[in-house]
Design a protein around this ligand. Sequence first.
Ligand SMILES: Cc1cc2nc3c(=O)[nH]c(=O)nc-3n(C[C@H](O)[C@H](O)[C@H](O)COP(=O)(O)O)c2cc1C
Length: 382
Amino acid sequence: MTGIPEVQVRKHKVKKALIQGGMGVGISLSGLASAVANEGGIGVIAAAAIAFNEPDFRSNYTEASIRALRKEIRKARKLTKGKIGINVMVALSNYADMVKTGIDEGIDFIIAGAGLPLDLPELAGDNSHTALIPIVSSGRVARLIMKSWWRHHDERLPDAFVVEGPMAGGHIGFKPSEEYPDPKDNPEYALDKLVVEVLGAIDSFCDEYGIDRNSINIPVFAAGGIWSGEDISRIMRAGASGVQMGTRFVTTKECDANERFPQTYIDTKEEDIVLTLSPVGMYGRVVRNEFVDKINDPEVKTSPDVCPVHCVKTCKQDKGPYCIFSVLISAQKGKFKHGFAFAGVNAWRATEIISVHELMMTLEREYEEAEAEAEGKAQAMG
Ligand SMILES: Cc1cc2nc3c(=O)[nH]c(=O)nc-3n(C[C@H](O)[C@H](O)[C@H](O)COP(=O)(O)O)c2cc1C
């Protein structure tokens, strides 16, 4: 066996069907992305508020962001010959600038979520190199994007989808309900179900538009709660062509955050990975701390920050209790008095910081064991 299989995305042959999820602010930059790319996966630089370390980020946010993204892409290119992508949230106020900068730098993949990337093909322009990958949370949204791109962008289709379920870290595309205060518990949103939904959406789109399904290649990567090689094997047997993993890569030596950030994962308990409503209007999954208790308590009044840059279009920071930009930068720097760490539901399972190489070896071994077991079972059943 050869471990996690390869996958073709547009013109890119990816040795390991594993995308390291883009993690802002400053959690996945050139260090983590290049380490993952060196192992054969897709390493992803998060564009969200990437200017945070530039001296002029407050006074010159547009320029500083473009400069910072360029720098990180170029640094990553020096560190690897592997596949590098950027993660751009559609909700970012500088979304178009970030996409265009990535294209300008010849980035291999643009992965866009937190909103509908309906204009992504137009922003990317006439470009055969860069693969465009929307992040979706349902088959309905996948279908909507395919229809819109096909109609308005010269019959272009996504080069792959990431389907992200509610177990993911960071902002999630699901809301709590009365029945399920945490959407991760809603069986409707089980990741294997979402994968099947998105595959079904691709099939029905092809049927409707008279496209031969075998003539197009749209691999589906599953994200949210994937922790082990066994998880990878299981979700691929449900139909995914690969996975996107974020949380598991935080507790690596190459993670670009201050070491106190991954330490919050190692120190936390399962019940302390909680949801909080972020001022951008989405729920975020975080490691609970005193600051999170303060913002989650309607009785406690925290004083609103001064917004330095309005980094997210939908942010109601002037009405909300804090600025997501300053809170995430504090966390990146390992300061949690006024900060929190985004984290997936499995973050508490981390016990130590290891290298990306060690992590990939573990995932490969676990994947092979799970595949061998599944094969054995299938044979036993005749
Ligand atoms: C610390 C952290 C920051 C994240 N930041 C972003 C981001 O900037 N943009 C984005 O699309 N997703 C972001 N995510 C989601 C990841 O890219 C990934 O899809 C998700 O973490 C997958 O679930 P997992 O963490 O259970 O593996 C973040 C996740 C974490 C843990």
